[in-house]
Design a binder for this molecule. Structure first.
Ligand code: 5AD
Ligand code: SF4
Ligand code: FES
Length: 357
């Protein structure tokens, strides 16, 4: 069978990836089995937590797919206090999550940059410098990235969203805040500064083809990322892209493609960190568990204070929006146990790829 030969190759080209993205039935089972084997062999069957703190939904950008885009006036905007962020970080530390991830919309004022710098100090003090801190705060200058790195942030997530320039342009307004080349430059700056660099794409976007997705995989391999978070596109009614909802793949098919993308990425990049994104669970209640079984090794339990969770709605049906932090912990523990993997409590779970480079 073609599939056996493909799955034993060291590298896959675009045509082969397109074929594999389209495979079903027995072939798909083989693809998933291979990805699980690669994960077990190269990074072990361990899942690491990143306690996710959605610190603020204020954003200067206006991405055409996103529910908290600046143009959406139906959003109640919030900004956690430093104390609220520190409390959440302490919860993660006390529960031995190992790491946190701080996420906001994109803001680049001097106040914001200074605030993050100070906040990193405060978090590190409150948690005995034991947490691995990931930032996901959008496009910033290299100097800003360096200042935050010097305060102890070790990883940075900046999804390219779509690695194809033309597709990227269709998903974003055509102005200086949404420049594809700028975003690429930011990824390079993050690498120069010394972060473990994460990126990712959305899967099942309007106008997106299997060729685009194959190119996304090859692009991630080419820029040699350390971490990836990618998940299905889920439409949000208060966004311009909602008008294309009838032209999208069904949600179940977007989900299916996201799993195949995860499995293929694991086969291509054996020792990177791959997140099982929450968006999977917006479609299938067992979404994240299924991703863990085909190569993902990171989950991000939401530890944002409960009162704000409902306001960080990037897409419809976002899970965990009514739960308190504790609920996510117990829920995830049970879920991960079902996959047969172990949780890496108290460990950073850094990208092995980063250290092997
Ligand atoms: N569906 C799925 N993911 C989305 N994101 C933003 N909007 C959506 C959506 N409608 C993702 C983007 C962004 C991350 C924070 O959330 O990839 O980088
Ligand atoms: Fe802002 Fe990110 Fe949403 Fe774009 S995707 S509007 S940058 S929060
Ligand atoms: Fe949040 Fe299950 S992980 S409720």
């Amino acid at each position: 069978m073609i599939i056996d030969n493909l799955l034993n190759k060291d590298n896959l080209n675009k045509e082969e990836l397109v074929y594999l993205l389209g495979c079903e039935g027995e072939e798909k089972t083989k693809l998933f089995t291979k990805a699980a084997e690669v994960k077990a062999k190269y990074i072990g069957r361990k899942v690491y937590f990143r306690g996710l703190i959605e610190m603020s939904n204020i954003c200067r950008k206006n991405c055409l797919y996103c529910g908290i885009r600046s143009g959406n006036t139906n959003v109640h905007r919030y900004n956690l206090t430093d104390d609220e962020v520190i409390e959440a970080a302490k919860f993660a530390w006390e529960n031995r999550y190992g790491s946190i991830a701080i996420q906001t919309g994109e803001v680049s004022t001097k106040e914001f940059v200074d605030r993050i710098e100070n906040l990193l100090d405060k978090i590190n003090k409150a948690t005995n410098h034991e947490l691995g801190i990931t930032l996901s705060l959008g496009e910033q200058t290299e100097e800003t990235y360096r200042r935050w790195f010097n305060k102890g942030a070790i990883r940075y997530l900046l999804r390219i969203e779509a690695s194809n320039r033309e597709l990227y342009a269709k998903l974003h307004p055509n102005d200086k805040h949404h420049d594809f080349d700028e975003r690429l430059e930011c990824l390079k700056a993050l690498r120069r500064v010394g972060y473990q660099v994460g990126t990712g794409v959305m899967i099942g976007l309007p106008f997106q083809t299997l060729e685009h997705l194959a190119d996304d995989l090859l692009w991630m391999q080419e820029i040699d990322v350390d971490m990836v978070g990618m998940g299905p596109y889920v439409e949000h009614p208060d966004t311009p892209l909602y008008q294309y909802r009838d032209k999208l793949l069904p949600l179940t098919e977007r989900f299916n493609l996201a799993l195949k993308m995860t499995a293929l990425l694991r086969i291509l990049m054996k020792d990177i960190n791959i997140a099982a994104p929450t968006a999977l669970q917006a479609i299938d209640p067992l979404g994240r568990e299924k991703a863990i079984k085909v190569g993902a090794n990171i989950v991000m339990p939401n530890i944002t204070p409960g009162a704000y969770r409902n306001d960080y709605k990037l897409y419809e049906n976002k899970p965990c929006t009514d739960d308190a932090a504790d609920d996510c912990k117990n829920c995830l523990e049970a879920r991960i146990q079902l996959t047969g993997d172990e949780i890496g409590y108290g460990e950073h779970g850094n990208s092995r790829h980063f250290y092997r480079r």
